[in-house]
Design a protein around this ligand. Structure first.
Ligand SMILES: *[C@@H]1O[C@H](CO)[C@@H](O)[C@H](O)[C@H]1NC(C)=O
Ligand SMILES: *[C@@H]1O[C@H](CO)[C@@H](O)[C@H](O)[C@H]1NC(C)=O
Ligand SMILES: *[C@@H]1O[C@H](CO)[C@@H](O)[C@H](O)[C@H]1NC(C)=O
Ligand SMILES: *[C@@H]1O[C@H](CO)[C@@H](O)[C@H](O)[C@H]1NC(C)=O
Ligand SMILES: *[C@@H]1O[C@H](CO)[C@@H](O)[C@H](O)[C@H]1NC(C)=O
Ligand SMILES: *[C@@H]1O[C@H](CO)[C@@H](O)[C@H](O)[C@H]1NC(C)=O
Ligand SMILES: *[C@@H]1O[C@H](CO)[C@@H](O)[C@H](O)[C@H]1NC(C)=O
Length: 389
């Protein structure tokens, strides 16, 4: 097992300092952002280098130009340890608190090494607090930045995020950035984590029906929780949009940004949304977001539709009529857990009822995979050396 007791100690101190420095800036309490492989500090966006937090691995400066400073360096774990762990902590990390953990992975256009697998993909593994997070599979050299997100409940005053080879001679793992964002325990997703004693792998937050002119995504500060809402851009014929304010008071638990409700994907009576997932035979949680923003829909029954997941009816309590539930320009959410058969994709089909004069629509969707975790409340930790694995 990797042993990094000193880095664990340093990490805690450094991050506490980062929090102090940030007072008066836009940094929010409990936000931690680590630039892996970096040794320079640039506090204007509150990223801290990992050179004092991680003694293992090699810092690699990518030759890529005009990329985000965070992505320009990575830490490559090309040694022989079975895994390499960052211990994330800040003043908000206490047992039972919820966090979004994000690993930013960017191999660059000229990656520091060639993948071992002839398929041309880098394959390595990520773990959170010894639980399997997921296997990274990213194409070498395509210049795409990957952000892997999970919702995690801290077991104690730190969260371990680890990187490992899948087999002893597999690809060496690497990472460009790690971020930690606190989440309220009142989100429907974090309440689900409490109920099911699980953590959630985020398969995506998608903002449907965004014009081709963008934006490409919405995140902090427009999303106070710093979720990444990736835009699903479509031509104007497939979307409806508004400048009107959206009333979110009746649907406030998830602290959603107003902007995602101001555009929706629509246009055809039936449409499908395809999600590729990570796991087999696993339970997923999906939540769809709606707001009736078309002024022509001004009474119940005008836009009514059902949703299916891989052909199985999801809206078993009856079809969705957003205007009937909350009226115009108001947020409405529909969430459900879905158990998939073997197979790693989910296709959601939206089908409007025959009586519906308007086609089905959707403003946004989030899909999570539920993952089992170990015991939530291990004995309290009395000293740092007992934390090293
Ligand atoms: C790890 O990668 C660095 C940079 O490419 C290289 O200098 C170093 O020798 C490598 N270490 C091992 C153990 O392969
Ligand atoms: C985010 O919010 C800022 C103001 O806080 C605004 O100027 C910007 O246009 C917003 N971006 C998006 C994509 O909503
Ligand atoms: C989703 O998959 C279905 C069935 O494979 C396909 O017909 C449809 O075009 C896909 N939709 C999108 C948006 O890619
Ligand atoms: C799942 O989706 C991916 C990406 O869209 C596609 O390449 C793959 O063929 C799909 N697999 C199945 C079993 O439909
Ligand atoms: C899904 O299951 C198939 C067959 O059991 C297996 O070959 C594949 O590797 C699995 N995929 C994942 C992502 O676990
Ligand atoms: C809905 O809009 C139509 C067309 O603009 C109008 O004729 C009708 O009176 C409106 N109905 C209600 C209940 O406001
Ligand atoms: C700290 O933890 C280690 C490992 O569990 C233990 O051996 C050691 O006695 C502990 N030290 C103190 C001061 O409690």
């Amino acid at each position: 097992m990797a042993s990094i007791p000193f880095s664990a100690l340093f990490l805690s101190i450094i991050l506490q300092m980062a929090l102090l420095w940030s007072i008066g800036s836009s940094q929010k309490t409990g936000f931690t952002s680590i630039d892996c492989g970096s040794d320079s500090d640039y506090t204007e966006i509150q990223w801290v280098p990992d050179n004092k937090l991680m003694s293992e691995g090699t810092s690699v400066v990518l030759p890529d130009t005009s990329i985000d400073l965070v992505l320009s360096t990575m830490r490559l774990f090309n040694g022989s340890q079975s895994k390499y762990c960052y211990s994330l902590s800040n003043s908000a990390v206490t047992a039972g608190a919820f966090f979004l953990v994000r690993a930013s992975i960017y191999p660059g256009k000229n990656p520091p090494y060639t993948p071992k697998n002839p398929d041309g993909y880098f394959h390595f593994r990520m773990l959170i607090d010894a639980d399997m997070w997921g296997d990274v599979k990213i194409l070498s050299g395509d210049g795409i930045w990957w952000a892997y997100d999970a919702y995690v409940r801290a077991k104690h005053s730190k969260i371990d995020v680890c990187f490992a080879r899948i087999t002893p001679d597999g690809d060496a793992p690497f990472v460009s950035g790690l971020t930690l964002r606190p989440l309220p325990d009142t989100l429907t997703s974090t309440a689900l984590m409490t109920e099911k004693n699980c953590f959630l792998v985020c398969l995506g937050h998608k903002n449907y029906g965004v014009p081709l002119s963008g934006p490409s995504w919405i995140r902090f500060p427009n999303d106070t929780l710093d979720r990444y809402w990736i835009s699903h851009e479509v031509p104007d014929s497939k979307l409806t949009s508004t400048q009107e304010a959206i009333d979110r008071t009746a649907d406030s638990l998830d602290q959603l940004p107003e902007r995602i409700f101001q555009t929706s994907l629509t246009g055809s009576r039936d449409f499908t949304l395809n999600w590729s997932t990570l796991g087999n035979d696993s339970v997923h949680y999906v939540v769809f977001r709606f707001s009736e923003i078309d002024p022509l829909v001004n009474t119940s029954g005008m836009r009514v539709f059902s949703i299916f997941a891989n052909g199985v009816l999801l809206t078993t309590e009856g079809p969705i009529d957003v205007f009937a539930r909350v009226g115009a320009n108001a947020a409405y959410s529909f969430g459900k857990t879905v158990t998939l058969d073997a197979g790693s994709n989910i296709t959601f089909t939206f089908t409007s009822l025959v009586s519906s004069t308007f086609p089905a629509f959707v403003a946004a969707a989030e899909v999570f995979e539920l993952r089992e975790i170990g015991a939530l409340s291990p004995p309290s930790i009395s000293n740092w050396s007992s934390l090293s694995k």
